[in-house]
Design a protein around this ligand. Structure first.
Ligand SMILES: Cc1cc2nc3c(=O)[nH]c(=O)nc-3n(C[C@H](O)[C@H](O)[C@H](O)COP(=O)(O)OP(=O)(O)OC[C@H]3O[C@@H](n4cnc5c(N)ncnc54)[C@H](O)[C@@H]3O)c2cc1C
Length: 459
């Protein structure tokens, strides 16, 4: 390993490679409940060529490589389960191009959500990207690669749907371009070529290293508002969402329920975020959204919550800090969530299952669902908080998460960004021919099995 360490130093410079215990410790964990796993070495490349040389060396010596963005996935997907290299992409954080007219951005894989947001605000204020509610240091590549979602996912789908193209370094060292950028200087779309992006989306970094990507940008409205629609019966929620989404007036619709603060306990809230370029357009949109659920308001079984401006503000923030507040992260609290991708029809079942599991394991919870597309599906989150300083509390949350994953799979949903135990639950139910095809594809792309090994495997 000493000789290989020297070779990594030659590639990236000695200050960007480390096998020191403190670095290996820091890089052994993410903020969720998964047990730490130490890498042998951490390497920080600065360009695609360095990534290529690292992959050639790792492949030659069969050294595992785990690509890392900000390491905020919470389900331990960027831990070195079998040792080897953590490939920290944060130095590759350049914003390479903004095409204002065709509304896309080309960025390096280590560029963060916050960097792009700030860059657009300063240089292209008419444009925005769909940011997740993750802390702003989360990378765009890390999020797209796991099929993340964000504050305009109701209008535009998963973040992977907003991907225009990729540059990827394969485990065997070839640099591949995918999408229009494979044949053109423009990164405008994945169509009309065969769509190979799927080889790198949802695989938890087990098929290659993204080095550049292009994502779609959207109009950044001058005026933004939020309405909060409240009811008590979870059975009503799918129809409420169906009606509201049919108007296509909102950008983001998120249902949430939490026992704290006290005023929220027992109620189901749907946040409807919408934007417009004039006040008249904003009022028009508000009226259409209200009209879609008038029947419920008239029956007095649901209604909009009056929101003073101070209460609206946190609901308009991107990213929203609600989840980290609920977990009391500043005081040492943590949280992890099962994000289940499910049909909206399963909303009430998910809600009841979440309450039951939280009660059974005595964990603090927050439940909710972000709507993806026009009610096409939802990311139902079952978030459980824990006190990091108390191993018994962490274990309780871990058990609650594992039971939630099993319940979700049995219900017909699929855990998103699944941690290793959840991947096994998914594989248990997966069409065996699909799993066989996944393994064959991996064997072609990564013949020596060096990419993030331990994920998407059965032992
Ligand atoms: C408070 C909070 C709120 C959150 N809210 C949301 C939300 O609203 N929406 C959402 O989608 N997520 C959310 N998340 C989850 C997660 O933080 C985000 O999805 C985040 O964007 C992941 O990016 P990352 O850079 O941290 O990825 P990492 O954790 O570093 O990596 C994620 C996966 O991608 C792989 N990977 C990373 N970079 C590359 C690359 N260059 N090439 C190949 N593979 C790579 C890794 O190996 C790993 O498997 C939230 C998390 C927190 C803590």
């Amino acid at each position: 390993m000493k000789d290989i360490y020297e070779q990594f130093s030659k590639i990236v410079g000695s200050e960007f490679v480390s096998d020191q215990p403190e670095e290996r410790y820091i890089y052994s964990m993410d903020p969720g409940t998964m047990t730490p796993r130490e890498p042998d070495v951490v390497v920080m490349p600065n360009c695609t060529e360095e990534v290529r040389q690292i992959m050639l060396l790792a492949n030659q010596h069969r050294i595992p490589v785990v690509p890392l963005g900000a390491g905020l996935v919470l389900s331990g997907l960027s831990r070195a389960l079998k040792g080897g290299v953590i490939l920290d992409m944060k130095r590759m954080n350049r914003i390479l191009e903004i095409n204002e007219m065709s509304r896309y951005a080309v960025v390096e894989a280590g560029a963060s959500q916050g960097m792009l947001q700030a860059y657009l605000k300063k240089h292209h204020p008419k444009l925005k990207h769909s940011a997740p509610d993750a802390p702003p240091v989360a990378t765009i590549a890390g999020n797209v690669s796991i099929h993340g979602s964000g504050h305009i996912s109701h209008a535009h789908g998963f973040h992977s749907d907003m991907l225009n193209g990729l540059e990827v370094v394969l485990p065997t060292g070839e640099v591949v371009r995918i999408g229009s950028c494979a044949t053109s200087d423009y990164w405008f779309a994945r169509a009309p070529l065969p769509d190979l992006a799927g080889l790198f989306l949802g695989w938890a970094g087990t098929t290659g290293v993204m080095t550049k990507l292009a994502i779609k940008l959207y109009p950044n409205h001058r005026f933004n508002d939020v309405g909060v629609f409240v009811c008590e019966d979870p059975e009503l929620v799918p129809d409420i969402l169906y009606r509201m989404t049919a108007t296509q007036m909102a950008e983001d619709i998120t249902a949430w329920m939490t026992p704290k603060p006290d005023w929220a306990h027992g109620f189901l809230h749907c946040n409807i975020n919408y934007g417009a370029d004039t006040k008249e357009e904003l009022t028009w949109k508000r009226n259409l959204i209200r009209a879609s659920v008038k029947e419920y308001i008239d029956q007095k079984i649901a209604g909009f919550m009056p929101l003073p401006p101070a209460m609206k503000q946190p609901f308009l923030e991107v990213p929203s800090r609600t989840l980290s507040r609920f977990a009391d992260v500043r005081k040492g609290g943590g949280f992890e969530y099962v994000g289940a991708i499910m049909p909206v029809d399963l909303f009430a079942d998910g809600y009841r299952a979440g309450l039951e599991i939280a009660e059974k394991y005595a964990v603090s919870y927050s439940l909710g669902a972000r709507i993806i597309g026009i009610n096409h599906c939802m990311m139902f989150f079952f978030a459980y908080a824990f006190n990091r300083a108390d191993p018994a509390d962490v274990e309780r949350a871990q058990n609650a998460l594992e039971e939630t994953n099993r319940t979700v799979v049995d219900m017909g949903g699929i855990p998103w960004k699944a941690e290793v135990p959840a991947q096994k639950e998914i594989i248990r139910k997966m069409d065996p021919n699909m799993f066989d095809l996944m393994n064959r594809i991996r064997a072609v792309l990564d013949p020596k099995g060096i990419m993030n090994p331990g994920n998407w495997e059965v032992d």
